[in-house]
Write a protein that binds this ligand. Structure first.
Ligand SMILES: Cc1cc2nc3c(=O)[nH]c(=O)nc-3n(C[C@H](O)[C@H](O)[C@H](O)COP(=O)(O)OP(=O)(O)OC[C@H]3O[C@@H](n4cnc5c(N)ncnc54)[C@H](O)[C@@H]3O)c2cc1C
Length: 390
């Protein structure tokens, strides 16, 4: 038995013993997702136990180093962990912008003190983070951002407005891009961390097409941020921001893989109700989707292997983001087509409060958030295809 086989057996046995049955059910709505944070209310005891057991083993962030709350798994071991979780349909014990975005940036740019402090908090799900990048007028052209941090010696005083800040009303802390030098566009931005309860921070939820309010306008009015809450150097926050965006794009692109255990045909058949999947064209489209989803998953594996040996092209997350989000939108279009009129119901019990329709509408944002598809294509044409004039 190879080391990896032995490791797989160990993980399988641990999951069998420790993952509660309720945590092996598909996620049906937002309340099934454990976001952690100071104000998080567990939906049930199983959700709490599953988080606690994983925290104790470092499994909320399996590939982070042990001193920072991880399990210190190698990339190959982390892949085994993911595969074994997928095999039994285990829900992620913890979902968080801290894990997907800030953590990797801190691992690369944080001081030893920041890593020990913030990464352990993230791994334990104690602090929920939000992302303060976009501003009115500064989305795709993010570098034009205007929120200003005035240097006051041992602290900055931050004034300005962010927009589309996901879960700002629920988050405990924010990682935020702030202009600290008005004379230098790229090298005049700093990457600051601060508590959302700091005086002067207010949020106002914005309603999305899905009927939910997952994001906010966020206002900063003379917010005091101590100097030790900067990640990286003063005015070099753009480097941290870009690195983090790569991880954000990989995270968003993950949705394109869909539910590997449930090929779309099986899900569509379950949702189809009385009329079934009679339309042969729809059936063909479902089959073609699964082929493309598999090809996408293979592309992801290839990129992971290239990353392991240090050969990843820095623009790969843009490819994954573009392909993954377009695929996820197509997946939900097909599920709606298969679901017929029932799938359009907004508030009925049999659709669990309109979950298919709300999820379908939510996917429309996938190709906007984290950088639009058009911007991804611009990067691909310039940096991967190296097209003249791009
Ligand atoms: C659901 C959701 C969650 C989000 N969460 C967050 C968050 O937590 N934190 C945060 O900071 N931001 C967040 N955002 C904001 C997101 O990053 C921006 O919406 C995105 O970067 C696009 O910026 P914009 O909305 O200003 O659009 P714009 O930049 O104004 O773009 C408008 C249109 O013009 C096109 N366009 C712009 N520039 C070009 C170009 N150079 N070439 C070709 N076409 C172009 C775009 O593709 C788009 O179609 C979120 C957005 C959504 C939808």
């Amino acid at each position: 038995m190879s080391d990896l086989d032995a490791f797989r057996a160990e993980i399988r046995a641990w999951l069998e013993e420790n993952c509660p049955a309720e945590m092996r059910e598909p996620v049906r709505d937002e309340a099934d997702v454990c976001w952690g944070g100071r104000n998080f209310r567990f939906k049930n005891e199983a959700q709490k136990i599953w988080l606690e057991r994983c925290v104790a083993k470092g499994y909320t962030v399996p590939d982070w180093p042990k001193p920072y709350g991880g399990a210190g798994m190698s990339p190959a071991e982390a892949k085994v962990w993911r595969e074994e979780c997928a095999r039994i349909g285990a829900r992620p014990p913890l979902s968080s912008f801290g894990i997907w975005m800030l953590g990797p940036a801190l691992l690369k740019f944080g001081t030893e003190e920041q890593k020990a402090h913030y990464l352990n908090q993230i791994a334990r799900g104690e602090i929920r983070w939000c992302q303060g990048y976009s501003e009115p007028g500064s989305g795709s052209d993010l570098v034009s951002l205007q929120t200003f941090g005035e240097d006051k010696g041992d602290h900055w005083v931050v004034n300005g407005q962010k927009i589309w800040t996901s879960y700002a009303d629920k988050a405990d802390w924010i990682f935020c891009l702030v202009r600290t030098d008005k004379t230098n566009k790229y090298q005049g931005i700093s990457f600051l961390l601060f508590d959302m309860t700091t005086p002067g921070v207010t949020t106002r939820p914005i309603k999305l097409i899905s009927g939910n309010s997952p994001f906010c306008e966020t206002f900063f009015d003379n917010v005091v941020v101590p100097k030790n809450q900067i990640v990286g150097e003063v005015n070099r926050g753009w480097d941290v921001a870009k690195y983090l965006l790569g991880h954000e794009r990989e995270m968003i692109s993950g949705a394109g893989g869909g539910d590997r255990l449930n090929a779309i045909g099986a899900v569509a058949a379950r949702n189809a109700g009385a009329h079934g999947l009679e339309d042969p064209i729809l059936r063909a489209e479902l089959a073609m989707f699964d082929v493309d989803a598999l090809a996408y998953a293979c592309m992801g594996e290839k990129f992971l292997d290239e990353a392991k040996v240090g050969k990843a092209h820095p623009a790969q997350p843009n490819m994954m983001k573009y392909a993954g989000t377009e695929l996820n939108k197509r997946r939900h279009e097909l599920l709606m087509a298969a679901g017929g009129a029932t799938a359009l119901e907004w508030e009925s019990e049999r659709t669990n409060g309109g979950t298919p329709a709300r999820s379908w509408l939510r996917t429309k944002a996938n190709s906007i958030e984290g950088g639009t598809s058009e911007v991804m294509l611009n990067v691909i044409s310039k940096r991967i295809l190296e097209l003249p004039g791009a």
